[in-house]
Design a protein around this ligand. Structure first.
Ligand SMILES: [Zn+2]
Length: 497
């Protein structure tokens, strides 16, 4: 209950800051500061409906928003980019009056060239100006990583409980509510129980729509209701970066050290026991195996996830391996072959050339592999300009080039294709197509509902789902599934109090 307004009550002063991105260190792509949606001062409130004017949480504190940055998944940041953003956050916090609290809005899978555990490093720099007494509450993505340093320097940590993430707004609100409640209660800091779990899984094996993740996240919610516990979190971790922190983790917080420790151990044990039951969310195959199956099948449309270059997991997006292999197949050379939609390849020069040629014109363009050319070089594409669309928020300009029976979507900038209108806006009808190939992992709901057949193809790229072949060197070993016969680990709670 908030304290009644009186001459003696004072609203707590809480700052807001953070950087949120998931960045693959297995992709040669780099993320510039301009890739972040940066909000400063009052703009920061636009990111949080629960802090709109008049909402209880907005009224519960004096809010001092500093800077928040959120980017699409991508490549790593240079140290200079990280410093630029971190320095501004620190400067803005330095100019503020003494803070009671900080809401730290992060993802937890940012990778920075030469800086390990960047979110903990950011908080270390923040602590240097806000001091040790300010209570810090962090909200994270369950694909983020939780190191001992991060747990030590934050007071509260919470994370999403769904994947695909449909509870992100609730997660952030819970982080803020817990912070406000804790400041209002004025009691001691909560005890934190942290347990790293030596399991590293791709996101496409950990959908919370399916077991065992559904049951594990049900246990998280149940644990949170127990006496003496404030919050419980289970992080799957991020498989496409290579630091000692990349692995699953459990954090349980609350006032009762026995309760948080035993709950954390129960959750970590349950996750460890379930490790071999995580399966891909769809049937998987090689790319050619998936194409063969799609051609044999009567199910239309048949979707294939070209998952290794999924831009919403951190892929560069311009890997051409999937397109090259597709165009090499004899089945699609004739315009009367099975209709294939291919989404997509960023290829700005090819897009310009197609726009200049105009609708219906024949073109020969060179596409892709400008950022990630490790698996295939640029592909020469000869065909006819089927459509041109300007002004997309992500892609800026999109063109479709038809070659044989394949319609290839080219973009000026990286864009995820998640909705039916992403296709129909380009004069493509995915429902009447034979095969729809999308750089994606699990199908987003609209595509999932449309698909009559679906195979997740294990293709190469910066977010290769076959994580054991990526070549991790710095993760802690042994780790499941890299060391499948490893002994049971120590899953005792490490307490921070
Ligand atoms: Zn995530």
């Amino acid at each position: 209950m908030p304290a009644p307004e009186s001459s003696t009550s004072r609203r707590p002063i809480i700052a807001i800051a953070g950087l949120a991105i998931e960045s693959s260190s297995f992709s040669p792509a780099r993320t510039p500061a301009s890739a972040f949606l940066q909000r400063r001062g009052a703009e920061v409130f636009e990111g949080y409906a629960f802090l709109a004017p008049g909402r209880p949480l907005r009224e519960a504190a004096t809010w001092l928003p500093a800077l928040t940055g959120k980017a699409l998944p991508g490549g790593i940041l240079s140290a200079a980019t990280f410093d630029e953003l971190a320095d501004e956050i620190v400067e803005r916090l330095r100019d503020m009056p003494p803070l009671d609290g900080l809401y730290f809005d992060i993802h937890g899978a940012m990778s920075v060239d030469g800086i390990d555990d960047p979110e903990a490093e950011l908080l270390r720099r923040i602590r240097a100006v806000i001091g040790p007494d300010t209570l810090v509450s962090a909200s994270m993505d369950l694909h983020g990583n939780v190191s001992a340093s991060l747990v030590e320097s934050a007071d509260l940590l919470t994370t999403d409980r769904t994947a695909p993430h449909v509870d992100t707004a609730q997660t952030k609100e819970r982080a803020v509510q817990n912070l406000v409640d804790l400041l209002g209660a004025g009691g001691p800091r909560p005890v934190k129980a942290w347990i790293p779990v030596p399991v590293l899984l791709p996101g496409e094996k950990t959908s919370t729509r399916l077991e065992p993740a559904a049951g594990l996240y049900g246990l998280v919610a149940e644990i949170e209701q127990r006496p003496g516990i404030l919050d419980a979190g289970l992080w799957v971790g991020y498989a496409w970066a290579d630091e000692p922190r990349n692995r699953a983790a459990v954090v349980v917080t609350g006032p009762d050290r026995e309760a948080v420790a035993s709950a954390a151990e129960e959750l970590a044990g349950a996750f460890w026991s379930a490790r071999e039951r995580f399966e891909f969310v769809a049937p998987t195959d090689t790319y050619h195996g998936a194409l063969d199956a799609a051609l044999r099948s009567a199910d239309r449309p048949f979707f294939i996830s070209d998952s290794g270059d999924n831009p919403t997991a951190g892929g560069a997006g311009d890997v051409t391996w999937g397109l090259r292999e597709l165009l090499a197949r004899p089945e699609f050379v004739s315009p009367s072959g099975p209709v294939v939609l291919y989404a997509s390849v960023p290829a700005p020069a090819a897009v310009d050339a197609a726009v200049a040629a105009g609708l219906g014109a024949p073109v020969t363009v060179t596409v892709g592999a400008e950022v990630d050319d490790r698996h295939a070089g640029p592909v020469e594409l000869s065909g006819v300009v089927h459509s041109i669309r300007q002004g997309d928020a992500d892609a800026r300009t999109e063109v479709v080039v038809r070659t044989g029976s394949v319609f290839v979507i080219l973009t000026a900038e990286r864009k995820p294709y998640h909705y039916e209108h992403d296709f129909t806006d380009l004069g493509l009808d995915p429902r009447s197509a034979d095969i729809v190939i999308v750089k994606i992992g699990y199908l987003e709901p609209e595509l999932f509902d449309m698909a009559r057949g679906w195979i997740l193809a294990l293709t190469p790229g910066g977010v290769d789902q076959h994580i054991v072949r990526l070549g991790h060197n710095r993760i802690e070993r042994p780790m499941y599934p890299f060391d499948p016969g490893m002994p049971d680990p120590d899953l005792g709670a490490r307490l921070f109090e």
